[in-house]
Design a protein. Sequence first.
Length: 194
Amino acid sequence: MGVHGLVQGRPLALGKSLKSTADRLLHRASVAASAGLVLMLAATLVYVGWPRVTGYFGRKPMSAPAVYAAGDRVDVPAAWYAQAPHTLIVFARASCTACERAQPFLKDVVAHMNGKGSAVMAHPDGAPDDDRKFAQSLGVADDHIFLTTAGLRVRATPTMVLVDRQGKVIGAWEGAGKPERQAAILKVVDEAIK
């Protein structure tokens, strides 16, 4: 009778119930869309925001202290710094994209040290031969290239630490940054090695 009644133009007896069914379906679709939006936001947090908080997936947050602060004693072998009044320790590696981008600046800083101090380079991991070539491209002498950073306070490459003959930190920097920051780093190095 219902379908036949629609065909003949007569109102359907269940009209109210169809309207309330449509309202219920619309409400359910709205709830489902809201739930989908909440899930999408949660997934975004997990896959985009959480790695920034923890460092990387599957790793605990980095709890190591920040790079060395001025006045700290650097925990590297004395052979790295005791031969010159000032030593710039460069932590870098050939496979590091940021190190490759910073190569011209790192080369300038190492050149500033020539004659007034020394520069050494250590790499946290990677291919020793490639890292040795990278250090040589910066102007670091072969006998000043060390292929370990085990137990040191280095969280990223490139990192530079300027120390005096006693191993006391004068300045420390993670990354090279923009030209303004590079100029500020060079100024600190120049003032220290006068």
